[in-house]
Design a protein around this ligand. Structure first.
Ligand SMILES: [Zn+2]
Length: 92
């Protein structure tokens, strides 16, 4: 008997300050990678699906984005930690 299936993994990649498409706030967005792996006898063998999503921490909206876009967002964050132009707002 062969037991196989899939298993999902979530990786938190970065926190990015982006302007949200829904609420319009320049809020922190968590960039996550969702990987579905093929498993055989409960051992994950290889990924069959990889998806990238951002979630707005302000309104909670999730948005899927292509891999190239996600890597483009990650590249400057890795090259220049902190960033050149940094704005912080305090509310409430
Ligand atoms: Zn939002």
């Amino acid at each position: 008997m062969i037991i196989f299936g899939t298993r999902g993994y979530v990786y938190q990649l970065a926190m990015l300050t982006l302007v949200c498409g829904q609420c319009g706030n320049p809020a922190a967005h968590s960039l996550r990678k969702y990987v579905t792996k093929f498993t055989l006898f409960f051992v994950p063998l290889f990924p069959i699906s990889t998806k990238y999503r951002t979630q707005c921490t302000f309104c909670g909206m999730e948005q899927q984005l292509p891999k190239e876009h996600a890597e483009g967002l990650l590249a400057p964050a890795a090259a220049a930690p902190g960033g050149a132009a940094r704005q912080e707002h305090t509310q409430g």
